[in-house]
Design a protein around this ligand. Structure first.
Ligand code: GAP
Length: 449
C-alpha cells in the first residue's frame, strides 16, 4: 500500500478529478471560462454544504454563546469608509516594463519581474473592493461595493442582535456568505479567487478578557480541522509578524495547511480589539468620505460594573473554498491494489458528498425490487447513490474516488437471508448486516464521533 507524502498531492490531478467527477467546474466553460472563477458541480455542492454544516454545527448549534446571521452582500457604502477598507484595503501593484505582466509587489523578493527579469514600475496601491452602482444612474453617489468580508455585516447588526437575542458578554455572532475581492494574483484552483465564501465569527468580550478568548478560539478552530480528518503533520498555527497585520488587527494567527504550493493560510484568527465597533459608532463627519461612522451607540451595559462598555472582538475567519480544497487534498490517496492504482478520497463521513452507495450485484430482475427498496429507505436519511452499471469492483472504485464511506451490496443470498453486505471504503472490510438493522448500523458508522 502506497501512501502519499504530506503536502505532495499533485494539484493537476485533483483539478482533473474534480472536473471529471463533478466536484468543481471552470466557470462559463463553454465561453472559454472566466479567469479564476469556478462552479461547484453535483458532488461539489454537497461537499461544500457539508463543510458549512459541520462548521455551523460546531460553532453555533453546539454552543450556548453564539447566534447566527445572514446579512446582505450589498451594504451602505459608508460601512466601508468607517471600517477602513476604502482607505486601506489595498495591495501594492507593479507592472513589468518589458513583458507588461502585472504583479503584487509584496510577493516579489528581489524587485525584478518573476516572469522575464525585467524592471518593474514603482508600486501603486490598488483597492481590492469590487464597485458597482445601485439604481439606474452610474455616478459617484450611487457607488456600492460587493462586500470584501462578511464581518462588517455582523458589526453593523451588533445592536440589533443584542436587542433581539438578549445576550450578555461574552457572546458571538456567526455568519456564512459570499465575499468578493478583486485579487491581483488569483490562482491555485479554488485557493485564491475573486468570488469566494467565508465562515466568520465575531466573538465579543469584555476588555481584559480578550487574551483568554483568543487562546480559546485558536485551540477550538485548530482542533476543528483535525476532528474532520486533516492529518496533523499538514496543519500548523503561525503568528503574523507586525508587518503582516491587517489594518484592524492587534494580533493574528493563521491556521495553515501544507498545500502543494507550500504552507498557506486556511483561516485567520485575529484580535480586532474594539476597532470596528469604535469606528462604526464614531460620529459622522461633514465630509463623509473621510472616516466617519454612524454615530450610533454600540456599547453594552455591564450590570456588574454599572458601566457601558465597548466590547473587544476575537475573529476566527475561515474560507469555505479553501477549507474544501484542503479537505480534498488531504483525503486524496493513491494506493497499489493488485496491479492497479486505487484512487480513494478518505473524506470524513460528515464531509463526504455521498454517504452510501447501493449496489445490486447485477441487474437481475429478482434483485432489483429489494435493492430499490433499500435505496428508498436510506435516501430518507442521507445522500445515497444507486449504481448498477458494470462490475462490482468497478463500482467500488467509482465510489472510492468520490469518497463514499460505505457501499451496500445486495446479492442473491440477500433474497433468502434478508441481509446485505456493508463494504468499508478505508479498510475494504465487508460485513453482513440484516436489512432490518441496516439504517441503525449505518447511522452509527456515519454519524458516530
Ligand atoms: N474578516 C477577516 C478576513 O476577511 P482574511 O484573512 O482576509 O480575513 C479570511 O480572510 C479567510 O477568507 C482566509 O483565511 C481565506 O480562507 C479566505 N479568503 C480570503 N481571501 C480569499 C480569496 N481571494 N479566495 C479564497 N478564499 C479567500
Amino acid at each position: 500500500m502506497v501512501k502519499r507524502a504530506p503536502g505532495k498531492v499533485d494539484m493537476e490531478k485533483l483539478v482533473s478529478l474534480c472536473k471529471r467527477r463533478g466536484f468543481v467546474f471552470p466557470s462559463s466553460e463553454i465561453y472559454g471560462g472566466l479567469a479564476s472563477c469556478w462552479d461547484y458541480g453535483p458532488l461539489g455542492v454537497e461537499m461544500k454544504n457539508n463543510v458549512k454544516r459541520a462548521w455551523w454545527r460546531k460553532v453555533v448549534q453546539e454552543r450556548d454563546d453564539m447566534v447566527g446571521l445572514d446579512a446582505a452582500i450589498l451594504m451602505h457604502p459608508q460601512t466601508w469608509v468607517a471600517s477602513g477598507h476604502v482607505e486601506s484595503f489595498a495591495d501594492p501593484l507593479s507592472d513589468c516594463k518589458s513583458c507588461r505582466q502585472r504583479w503584487r509587489t509584496d510577493d516579489i523578493k528581489d524587485g525584478r519581474c518573476p516572469a522575464c527579469g525585467g524592471e518593474l514600475t514603482e508600486p501603486r496601491m490598488f483597492n481590492l473592493m469590487f464597485k458597482t452602482f445601485m439604481g439606474p444612474v452610474e455616478d459617484e453617489a450611487s457607488v456600492v461595493y460587493l462586500r470584501p468580508e462578511t464581518a462588517q455585516g455582523i458589526f453593523v447588526n451588533f445592536q440589533n442582535v443584542l436587542n433581539a437575542s438578549r445576550r450578555k458578554l461574552p457572546f458571538g455572532i456567526a455568519q456564512i456568505g459570499k465575499a468578493f475581492r478583486n485579487e491581483i494574483t488569483p490562482g491555485n484552483f479554488i485557493f485564491r479567487t475573486r468570488e469566494f465564501e467565508q465562515m466568520e465569527i465575531e466573538y465579543f468580550v469584555k476588555p481584559g478578557a480578550e487574551e483568554e478568548w483568543f487562546q480559546h478560539w485558536l485551540k477550538e478552530r485548530f482542533q476543528w480541522y483535525l476532528d474532520l480528518g486533516i492529518q496533523p503533520e499538514n496543519l500548523r498555527l503561525r503568528q503574523h509578524g507586525p508587518d503582516e497585520l491587517a489594518h484592524y488587527a492587534r494580533d493574528c494567527y493563521d491556521v495553515e495547511y501544507l498545500f502543494p504550493m507550500g504552507w498557506m493560510e486556511l483561516e485567520g484568527i485575529a484580535n480586532r480589539g474594539d476597532y470596528d465597533l469604535r469606528q462604526h459608532s464614531s460620529p459622522p463627519e461633514a465630509d463623509s468620505r473621510a472616516s466617519g461612522g454612524s454615530g450610533k451607540d454600540l456599547t453594552v451595559y455591564d450590570e456588574e460594573s454599572g458601566q457601558h462598555i465597548l466590547p473587544y472582538v476575537i475573529e476566527p475567519s475561515a474560507g469555505v473554498d479553501r477549507g474544501l480544497l484542503a479537505f480534498l487534498l488531504d483525503a486524496y490517496h493513491e494506493e497499489e491494489d493488485k496491479d492497479e492504482i486505487r484512487v480513494v478520497l478518505r473524506l470524513h463521513p460528515a464531509l463526504a458528498p455521498i454517504k452510501v452507495a447501493v449496489l445490486p450485484l447485477s441487474r437481475n430482475e429478482k434483485l432489483v425490487p429489494l435493492a430499490r427498496e433499500i435505496y428508498a429507505q436510506l435516501r430518507r436519511h442521507w445522500m445515497v447513490q444507486y449504481d448498477d452499471a458494470q462490475s462490482i469492483g468497478r463500482r467500488y472504485r467509482r465510489q472510492d474516488e468520490i469518497g463514499t464511506p460505505y457501499c451496500v451490496t445486495i446479492d442473491f443470498q440477500s433474497l433468502e437471508d434478508k441481509a446485505v453486505t456493508i463494504r468499508d471504503r478505508d479498510t475494504m472490510a465487508q460485513v453482513r448486516v440484516p436489512v432490518a438493522e441496516l439504517v441503525e448500523e449505518l447511522r452509527g458508522r456515519i454519524e458516530g464521533d
